[in-house]
Structure formats: structure tokens, C-alpha cells
Design a protein around this ligand. Structure first.
Ligand code: AMP
Ligand code: ZN
Length: 469
């Protein structure tokens, strides 16, 4: 299988350390708020990777953390712990916040049919391993104590910027927006391994350590959890592209300094979901969740289909218009599959089965080209030389990766024709606006209004409401 590796900036042949077994680590959510649909896109990407690896015959052990301490608002070492921010917002304890949002996270994660990793562990459950790693880093001179905190000394490494293609000037923490110069650090790019709390500081979650009461930094948790549960080497480690720096860069630094050898061979990064105003972000207040889309009448798996229609390494722009299209496609798929199920006939056409199965697998093996894999599915549905028995067997096979519940769901009734008609009008109106033909745009709006269809322009695109009666 071919997979893009951020470490080498190339699409490479994937070769695991053990012949048949893959060890994979996914950076989990910070549970200070709901996971937005962008975060979920990232987990869908990881889900496809894990299921593809299983599909082509590997056994996969995958671990994921839940960040419930130590992730500061700057994504670096300044600002407040995000959990403390949530506590103030909601007047609850950090553990209550973590419990609530972990549950909500998995609720949405399950709705889009992501398989839960075999190992899921919270940052707060593994303090022992962080202390063990930090002690060794101090002993070996990779870390130092300053102002009560323990920092990793990046000047001890020659290859600290290996994951970012050595673009050091862009990465200097002290000059990044919103990050203050920290006088406790020897080099501004050094990062905290352990924060010791002063008696004035009101951090709820603290543990005893050789350096005083305190809490771990954000990066050490992923190194610690990975090493504790998956051992000294792993095949794949992944997250969103924003994790490349500083998070994954720091994970590599501390893990390899601790282990004394290479730690992870392939780095897997998913591009962001954007809304029409830019990147979706949890810290920006209003954001969309899968549950919210469901409340608005969308099927969560239509969102999964929307994500699979584009490549995981391309930015994807969310708008309701785009989601409406995915919803229509999804409903059509369900209807077609249902018709095939109701009219099963014929013997399995083995040669044709093999042929389409191979096409599907080849698409996935080409750096997870899910869009092409979906094309193979659409081809199967419309291919007249395939009988329904063969079609069903292929759909069943593809479903082990796609996970769109194509064979399980009852058909959901919606007035697709009306929806398609409105979508078409909205598209025409957008086109008119792009061409600055505002009188045509207004005309289309008025035309729909006369039919009881009200358009609303929002930052995610144009929404519509159909008047009752
Ligand atoms: P967080 O809960 O903030 O730690 O984020 C969870 C995961 O979602 C991380 O791996 C991020 O890289 C990823 N992520 C954050 N924002 C987006 C986005 N807009 N699109 C896709 N993935 C994202
Ligand atoms: Zn991580």
C-alpha cells in the first residue's frame, strides 16, 4: 500500500515493522468542548486508514489518547489549561467536564461509524509513564528545570525540525502570534514537559512529582501513552495538519531522546475542514457538531460520505449546499442498494467480483483515494453485466471500509425532487451573484419566495426553509 509520509514528504510504500501487524497511534480530542465536524473529519480519515489496513490483511493495534489535562490555550506553553477555561465557563470540575465531553465525542464519533481504537486512554490516567520519561530526559541532559517547570532542551538535538522540513524560521515559538516570550526557557522553542504549580495557582488536577506538585505538558501525554501501550516503536502516528508543529515535532524529540532510537516510521496528517470564512476552530465559539447536523435533519453518514468524496490531504470546504448534495447522493445510494437487496438473483460472478474488488482495493492502496473507491461503488451499482448477487457481495465487501450502513438502513423518505429543484435554483443564484448579475439573483430569490421557499444567506452558505401548508 502507498501512503504519504509527512516525515519524508513523499508517497511511500508502507512497510510495517512486523510483517503482518501494524501499530498505529491517533492523537485524540481535547475534551474541553464538543468536537466540531472538522475534528470528526480527522477521525474519519484515521478510521479509513485503520479499516484499509485491516482490509488488505494486516492486524492493527491502534491507540488514542483523550486530552483531559495540560493542553494550554496557545497550543504551546503559555495561556491557560483549556480544561480550566471550560471549568470557569461551565462551573463544573475538570473531571466532570472531561467526562461529559468525552461521552459527547464518542457519541458523534459513533454516529459517523468510526471504529473505536482498541486502546483509548486519558492523559490523567498515565502520570507514571510521563514521570518516568521526564526523569530519564533530565538524567541524560535533554531536559532542565527552570522556574519550577521542566523543559525539553531542543538545542540538544540536531534534527528537531525534521517533521517540518527544517523550516525553522517559520516555527520559532517566540514570534508566533499570541505566544509570549518565556524567560524561563533557554531557547524559545524549548517546550514544557512538566508544569509545577505555585501555591497561588488554581489548577485543579495536580500530581506529586520529583519536581513538586504539578501537571504534565500536552505533548508528553502522547509519547507516554504510545510507549506505554504500543511499545518502543510504532508504524504510524497521525493527527490533523495543525498537529505537525509543535505537537508532533515535540513528540518525536522527547520520544527519541528517551528511547535512544527512531520511534515512528510514518506520519499521517489530515487536512482541515474549512467553513466559508476559514478554518473551523473549537476556540472560536459557535461551531457545528455531527449531533447538530442530525438535529437539522441531515444523516450523519451523509457527512461521512461528504468527507470520503474528497482526499484526506486536501482541504475541504463545508457548506450546507455541499452537504445537501451529499445527502441527496446518500439517499440515492440507499435506494439503489435497497432495490438490489429486494431483487437478489443469480450466482456469484467470481471473475467480475474479483475485478471490481481489485479496483476498489487499488484505489485505497493509492494513498487512500476514497473518491476513486466510491467511483468503483457507483460503477458496480450501475453496471448491467453484474447480477444482483454479485453486486450485493461487492457492496458488503466495500462496506467493511466505507461503513456507510448501505445494507442496514431502512430507506428514509424525503422529497428529493423538491430538494434537488431548490439546490439547483440556489446554484443558479450563486452563479448570478458571482457574475454580479444581482437582478437575476434577486429574481430567483423572489421566484422561490412565491413558491413558499425562503432563502437565508449564512456564512456556511445559503439555507432554505419551506413554508408549511
Ligand atoms: P483537538 O480536540 O483540538 O485537540 O483536535 C482534535 C483533532 O482534530 C486534532 O488532531 C486536530 O488536528 C484536528 N482538527 C482540528 N481542527 C480541525 C479542522 N478544522 N479540520 C480537521 N481536523 C481538525
Ligand atoms: Zn498527540
Amino acid at each position: 500500500m502507498k501512503l504519504y509520509n509527512t516525515l519524508t514528504r513523499k508517497i511511500e510504500e508502507f512497510i510495517p515493522i512486523d510483517k503482518n501487524h501494524v501499530k498505529m497511534y491517533t492523537c485524540g480530542p481535547t475534551v474541553y468542548h464538543y468536537a466540531h465536524i472538522g475534528n470528526i473529519r480527522n477521525y474519519i480519515g484515521h478510521d479509513i486508514l485503520e479499516k484499509t489496513l485491516s482490509y488488505i490483511g494486516y492486524s492493527v493495534t491502534r491507540a488514542m489518547n483523550i486530552t483531559d489535562v495540560g493542553h494550554l490555550t496557545s497550543d504551546s506553553d503559555s495561556g491557560q489549561d483549556k480544561m480550566e477555561v471550560a471549568k470557569k465557563r461551565e462551573h463544573k470540575s475538570a473531571l466532570e467536564i472531561a467526562k461529559f465531553y468525552t461521552k459527547e465525542f464518542f457519541h458523534d464519533f459513533d454516529l459517523v461509524n468510526c471504529k473505536r481504537p482498541e486502546i483509548v486512554s486519558s492523559a490523567t490516567e498515565n502520570i507514571d509513564i510521563y514521570i518516568q520519561i521526564i526523569e530519564k530526559l533530565l538524567q541524560d541532559g535533554y531536559a532542565y528545570l527552570s522556574g519550577g517547570n521542566v523543559y525539553f532542551d531542543i538545542s540538544k538535538l540536531t534534527d528537531y525540525y525534521v517533521l517540518t522540513n527544517h523550516q525553522e524560521d517559520k516555527m520559532v515559538v517566540g514570534v508566533r502570534e499570541g505566544v509570549e516570550v518565556d524567560t524561563k526557557k533557554k531557547n524559545q522553542a524549548d517546550f514544557a514537559l512538566w508544569f509545577t504549580t505555585s501555591k497561588f495557582e488554581n489548577h485543579e488536577l495536580v500530581w506529586d512529582s520529583p519536581w513538586g506538585k504539578g501537571y504534565p505538558g500536552w505533548h508528553i501525554e502522547c509519547s507516554g501513552i504510545s510507549i506505554k501501550y504500543l511499545g518502543e516503536t510504532i508504524d504510524i502516528h497521525g493527527g490533523g495538519v495543525d498537529n505537525i508543529f509543535p505537537h508532533h515535532t515535540n513528540e518525536i524529540a522527547q520520544s527519541e531522546a528517551y528511547l535512544g532510537h527512531k520511534w515512528c516510521n510514518y506520519w499521517f496528517h489530515n487536512e482541515h475542514l474549512l467553513d466559508e470564512s476559514g478554518k473551523m476552530s473549537k476556540s472560536h465559539g459557535e461551531f457545528l457538531t455531527i449531533s447538530l447536523l442530525q438535529k437539522k435533519g441531515y444523516h450523519p453518514l451523509a457527512y461521512r460520505l461528504f468527507c470520503l468524496s474528497s482526499h484526506y490531504r486536501k482541504q475541504l470546504v463545508f457548506s450546507y449546499n455541499n452537504l445537501d448534495r451529499a445527502e441527496i447522493t446518500y439517499k440515492k445510494l440507499l435506494r439503489k442498494v435497497k432495490m438490489i437487496q429486494e431483487n437478489q438473483e443469480g450466482e456469484l460472478q467470481e471473475q467480475l467480483y474479483q475485478q471490481y474488488q481489485t479496483h476498489f482495493q487499488e484505489a485505497l492502496e493509492q494513498d487512500l483515494n476514497t473518491a476513486n473507491a466510491l467511483t468503483v461503488l457507483y460503477d458496480v451499482l450501475k453496471e448491467e453485466t453484474l447480477n444482483n448477487t454479485t453486486k450485493l457481495a461487492l457492496i458488503q465487501n466495500f462496506e467493511t471500509v466505507l461503513s456507510l450502513d448501505l445494507l442496514e438502513r431502512e430507506e428514509i423518505e424525503i422529497d428529493d425532487d423538491l430538494k434537488e429543484y431548490i439546490m439547483d435554483k440556489i446554484e443558479k443564484r450563486n452563479q448570478a451573484k458571482r457574475e454580479k448579475n444581482y437582478s437575476l439573483a434577486d429574481h430567483i430569490r423572489q421566484e422561490l419566495l412565491n413558491e413558499g421557499i425562503i432563502l437565508k444567506d449564512t456564512k456556511e452558505g445559503t439555507l432554505y426553509e419551506v413554508e408549511k401548508g
